[in-house]
Design a protein around this ligand. Structure first.
Ligand code: MYA
Length: 338
């Protein structure tokens, strides 16, 4: 727990900011535990650099194990994330040192490929995705400078435009529980097979990544009850999920935190994907989020404009380390990194 606090503080003050330095990711301590301890995780893949004198944590990088499929090859890889160098130590080529060291410790376990995403364009990207944002709390997003009030638009009209119903249209949509894991795992894994780059979760990994954790990850299943003779059986037909990642609002007199939900894995078979995702927006709004973010990967483009998402600025590049393959379209990507 003490080291988690150190990591939290380093990231809270030094991690990713938007281009205008208005917002900085604020991964909560519980989120960090979730992100860094999936089945098979190794503490030797959580690397930090400390100051000799004060022992203060100044830089960090992590890897967690993941099975990933690229086209038709499935391999044990790692997901690399949370590369961070304290602002005072920037541009001293500490990042390449961290990358070399994480490569060494991962290679030592017999793993030679990694996936990672970055806002910056580096050599060898496999795909390029873009964030889209769905306003949930128009007034707050305008106040913090996340969105602007378009010309000739009033605040009241803007709020009306993004207003959502209080309850979901699917009355049977409910939070996923441990007993739903086998059915939901099967549904999601089958769906991901149709993309060119995807994560391949075991049932145990699926449970880790998708079972609801308060303030960290939310997931919902829609079930159909099948009656055969005296037997009643539930079949999971639809699934939606998002993770909770706040950002600090920098230098604002009243607002300190922007509450954002990030679309994770979604599958619709009994209803239209757009209808399922409209419900997902309602659930996220009811959980107190100000904005719902989604990348244009998987089949997300099918619902983005109908549900009033606006295009973000800048792309998120996907990389597979030490793997040569053709680049792919954003709609071929089915891997969501945190
Ligand atoms: S992406 C999140 C990255 N973090 C941030 O954006 C947080 C805020 N920024 C910082 O903390 C620093 O600016 C960072 C760079 C740490 C980013 N991915 O030390 P430097 C290259 C890869 O002087 P600094 C995430 O976490 C840059 O091109 N390389 O620079 C995924 C240059 O190299 P070259 C990056 O600004 C991470 C060199 O670093 C990135 O002080 C995946 C300059 O180093 C970046 N995001 O520190 C890592 N940004 O001269 C790769 C800059 O060659 C994993 N650089 O162009 C590879 C797989 C490893 C495992 C393999 C196992 C098999």
């Amino acid at each position: 727990p003490d080291q988690r606090t150190e990591v939290y503080d380093l990231l809270y003050q030094n991690y990713v900011e938007d281009d205008d330095c208005k917002f900085r990711f604020d991964y909560s301590p519980d989120f960090l535990t979730w992100a860094l301890t999936p089945p098979g995780y190794s503490q030797s893949f959580h690397l930090g650099v400390r100051l000799t004198k004060s022992n203060r944590l100044m830089a960090f990088i992590t890897a967690v194990p993941a099975k990933v499929r690229v086209y038709d090859v499935t391999k044990d890889m790692v997901e690399v994330n949370f590369l961070c160098v304290h602002k005072k130590l920037r541009s001293k080529r500490l990042a390449p040192v961290l990358i070399k060291e994480i490569t060494r410790v991962v290679n030592f376990t017999g793993v030679f490929q990694a996936v990672y995403t970055a806002g910056v364009v580096l050599p060898g990207h496999v795909g390029s995705c873009r964030y889209y944002h769905r306003t949930l709390d128009a007034k707050k997003l305008i106040e913090v400078g996340f969105t602007r009030l378009p010309p000739r638009m009033t605040m009241a009209r803007m709020q009306k435009n993004y207003k959502l119903p209080i309850s979901t249209s699917l009355t049977t949509l409910r939070p996923m529980t441990p007993k739903d894991v086998p059915g939901a795992h099967k549904l999601v894994m089958k769906y991901l097979e149709k993309f060119k780059l995807s994560v391949v979760f075991s049932e145990e990994e699926f449970a880790h990544w998708l079972l609801p954790r308060k303030g960290v990850v939310s997931s919902f299943v829609n079930v159909r009850t099948k009656v055969e003779g005296d037997n009643e059986e539930e079949e999971i037909t639809d699934f939606c999920s998002y993770y909770h990642l706040h950002s600090s609002v920098l230098g604002h007199p009243t607002h300190t935190t922007l509450y954002a939900a990030y679309s994770f894995y979604n599958v619709a078979t009994s209803v239209d994907l757009t209808e399922l995702m409209r419900d997902c927006l309602i659930l996220a709004k009811n959980e107190g989020h100000d904005v719902f973010n989604a990348l244009n990967l998987m089949e997300n483009e099918r619902f983005l404009s109908d549900l009033k998402f606006g295009m973000g600025d800048g792309n998120l590049q996907y990389y597979v380390y030490n793997w040569l393959c053709p680049t792919m379209e954003h709609g071929d990507v089915a891997l969501v990194l945190l």
